[in-house]
Design a protein around this ligand. Structure first.
Ligand code: CMP
Length: 139
């Protein structure tokens, strides 16, 4: 079925001017970018977004990192978009990511891993609603 997923191009990637290169991989995979904007999150906003990871040892570092530079938030649409984007991203740890994936080609480390993608339909809907108004999604 046609799905929507939420994506973030993270600070390590925007800083290195990789937004276009990452979007090229997204589009080459058949996903459509139906909403996109560049924002600079506060640590509190990043903390809210990553609340599910609150108890993890890297939570503080993760929130600081996500607020360190601008990010590009996106909504991607396509057949099986959630799983497809996770394939295009590659494993969380770039050392374990498959050839040709975004993280294999661009990520710096497990933390500075260039992109985020939703892991399930429920989280995709929540994440999209946190960053975008309905009128901003143009499919
Ligand atoms: P993301 O898919 O955005 O969701 C949670 C994030 O936590 C993950 O990508 C990584 O960027 C980050 N993360 C996971 N493991 C670690 C780690 N060991 N150290 C720092 N950050 C991590």
């Amino acid at each position: 079925a046609i799905q929507r997923t939420f994506s973030i191009i993270k600070p390590d990637a925007t800083k290195r001017n990789l937004t276009g290169a990452i979007n090229a991989k997204i589009e080459a995979a058949g996903l459509r970018i139906i909403a996109q904007k560049r924002i600079h999150m506060t640590p509190a906003q990043a903390g809210h977004f990553y609340a599910v990871h609150k108890e993890r040892p890297f939570y503080g570092e993760l929130c600081e990192f996500m607020a360190s530079e601008p990010v590009v938030v996106q909504v991607l649409e396509g057949e099986n978009a959630i799983a497809k984007y996770r394939e295009v991203m590659g494993a969380t740890d770039p050392a374990e990511a498959a050839a040709g994936t975004i993280r294999k080609d661009f990520a710096v480390s497990k933390g500075e891993n260039s992109v985020h993608g939703s892991d399930a339909p429920e989280t995709a809907a929540e994440e999209i609603a946190y960053f975008f108004a309905g009128l901003e999604l143009v499919g």
